[in-house]
Design a protein around this ligand. Structure first.
Ligand code: SAM
Ligand code: DTB
Ligand code: SF4
Length: 327
């Protein structure tokens, strides 16, 4: 059963259960609701990099931190489409374009992004964008251009949020998510661990995600990539078992959601990643770069898929299944 009324107490009990029991339970839910042999392969591209006015303490693209990430204006549509085509050929079925913006503005740059969305959609890939805050009208324009998903993360618990970002509120984030959902675009929303938060904060974030009016279609779980120059550069490395606990708990709470093992894979062995797939992760970001930081190469990931007996999930699978059920 898919529930939207999880209590903090129930989530605490799941999250803190003995590790192997937790993984077994998550693997059981995963088997019941998902095709465990498949992993969705998404590719990211930073279409507008750096110079962001926000103060997100983890982010290499915030203008106020000296991280060595240069400012690049919005890429040309042709270059973006060429990169998307390369990703498609390498086996990626979702293409996600990120911009270091606080919010979308109704200007020429947005028109260009709409053109990019149209182009990638015509290539037969699921198109996703992450552009900051968005109005319902802007979400509708993206939907009309063929946008499939919009990524906007809650990042952490409502209580810890103000320690990490001061330039926009948790409420602002929830409003954007609502605008996206109303426009009929699928919601991709998750967060980061390793920001200095407690286990209670992680549980609080999962509680918010699992009790949204509808579960997000995908939930990226990121391990903090510690970037020199950001306020969190000296944070300790995320414990792998904490990542497993987060993924397993997310899988149990949101059985139909794609749970994405997101940032942080370069610091994980294949054995550690395998544990995450067992615990219910069924999506990754592939390709040499995330937005500005390194990620394993396509070749390494395909070798890992071979080793583990996984195959990439096809594009638009949910829609295809719905069409078969209701022709
Ligand atoms: N500027 C837009 C926004 O903030 O919504 C879109 C891009 S932003 C880089 C997308 C997400 O990337 C953030 O919400 C955060 O969860 C994640 N992220 C950014 N820097 C990260 C880091 N160093 N480690 C892990 N995740 C990170
Ligand atoms: C998400 O949850 N993780 C991705 C994507 N959504 C946009 C971004 C990770 C960024 C890691 C730091 C960087 O490469 O700049
Ligand atoms: Fe800007 Fe997004 Fe980075 Fe925050 S996470 S500083 S909004 S690019």
């Amino acid at each position: 059963m898919v529930r939207n009324n999880w209590t903090i107490g129930e989530i605490q009990e799941i999250y803190h259960s003995p590790l192997l029991e937790l993984v077994y339970r998550a693997a059981t839910v995963h088997r019941e609701f998902q095709d465990t042999g498949e992993v969705q392969v998404c590719t990211l591209l930073s279409i507008k990099t750096g110079g962001c006015p926000e103060d997100c303490a983890y982010c290499p693209q915030a203008a106020r931190y000296d991280t060595g990430v240069g400012v690049q204006s919005l890429m040309k549509k042709e270059d973006v489409l060429a990169y998307a085509e390369k990703a498609r050929r390498a086996g990626s079925t979702r293409f996600c374009m990120g911009a270091a913006w606080r919010e979308v503005r109704d200007n020429k740059d947005f028109d260009r992004v709409l053109d990019m969305v149209k182009g990638v959609n015509e290539m037969g890939m699921e198109v996703c964008c992450t552009l900051g805050m968005l109005t319902e009208e802007q979400a509708r324009r993206l939907a009309d251009a063929g946008l499939y998903a919009y990524n906007h993360n809650l990042d952490t618990s409502p209580e810890y949020y103000n320690e990490i970002i001061s330039t926009r509120t948790y409420g602002d984030r929830l409003k954007t998510l609502d605008n996206v959902r109303r426009a009929g675009v699928t919601v991709c929303c998750g967060g980061i661990i390793g920001l200095g938060e407690t286990h209670e904060d992680r549980i609080g974030m999962l509680h918010t995600l699992a009790n949204l009016p509808e579960h997000p279609d995908s939930v990226p779980i990121n391990a903090l990539v510690r970037v020199k120059g950001t306020p969190l550069e000296d944070n300790p490395k995320v414990d792998h078992w904490d990542m497993v606990r987060m993924i397993a708990t997310a899988r149990i709470l949101m059985p139909k959601t794609m749970v994405r093992l997101s940032a942080g894979r370069t610091e994980m062995s294949q054995a550690e990643q395998a544990f995450c797939f067992l615990a219910g992760a069924n999506s990754i970001f592939a390709g040499e770069k995330l937005l500005t930081t390194p990620n394993p190469s396509f070749e390494e990931d395909m070798q890992m898929f071979d080793l583990l007996g996984l195959k990439p999930r096809e594009a638009f699978k949910d829609e295809k299944e719905l069409t078969v059920l209701n022709p």
